[in-house]
Design a protein around this ligand. Sequence first.
Ligand code: CTP
Length: 208
Amino acid sequence: MAEPFHLVVTAGPTREHIDPVRYLSNESSGRMGFAIARAAARRGHRVTLIAGPVEQRTPKGVERIDVLSARDMLAAMKEHFQEADALVMAAAVADYRPRRKLRSKWKAKEQGGSPSIELVENPDLLRTVARRKGGRFVVAFALETEDGLRRAAAKLVAKNADLIVLNGPSALGSDRTTVTFLDREGNQLELQDRSKDEVARALVRLME
Ligand code: CTP
């Protein structure tokens, strides 16, 4: 994409409520997605950042939309991807949510026995949105602990993305990471032990 483009970036975890005060979530800090938003804005691109609940400063010049649940994130993506040129899906979306959010606190002890929460699957946000992506450029992320390259290549195709960024588990909560970029032609680029800002800059340059 030669001209300045409009990029939608998702970042951080999603939060799936059990009741008004309890939820299921994950350890994502949002650092990678925020770094990508910052790098793209610095290069003069228009950036819409859809963020789960994280403690990160909004990068200068970036339009930020805060969401909580996976379904909220999907609604925001549908609205903003429509007019965008590209999507980077760096959010750590919860795969499951409680079947319903209780209106008052869950009194698990009153139920006795071993309480359990019924979960239902969340939609795959990336797959849902990228299905009809047309010419827009879509970047997925994969965090794998084994057989990473093969699994990432399969996800790239399954999610109809143009590029996937493969991370190891050391990326979680850390500022440094080793990643591999994989594209549809089978090209691979490994960046070893880089800061997330460096990875973000490399990704933005690659999209240009
Ligand atoms: N993703 C998404 N919607 C989901 C789950 C994941 O859009 N419900 C996106 C993530 O943002 C990321 C990519 O899909 O870009 C990661 O895919 P995947 O590996 O399927 O997610 P995990 O749940 O981490 O994978 P696994 O099934 O291996 O645990």
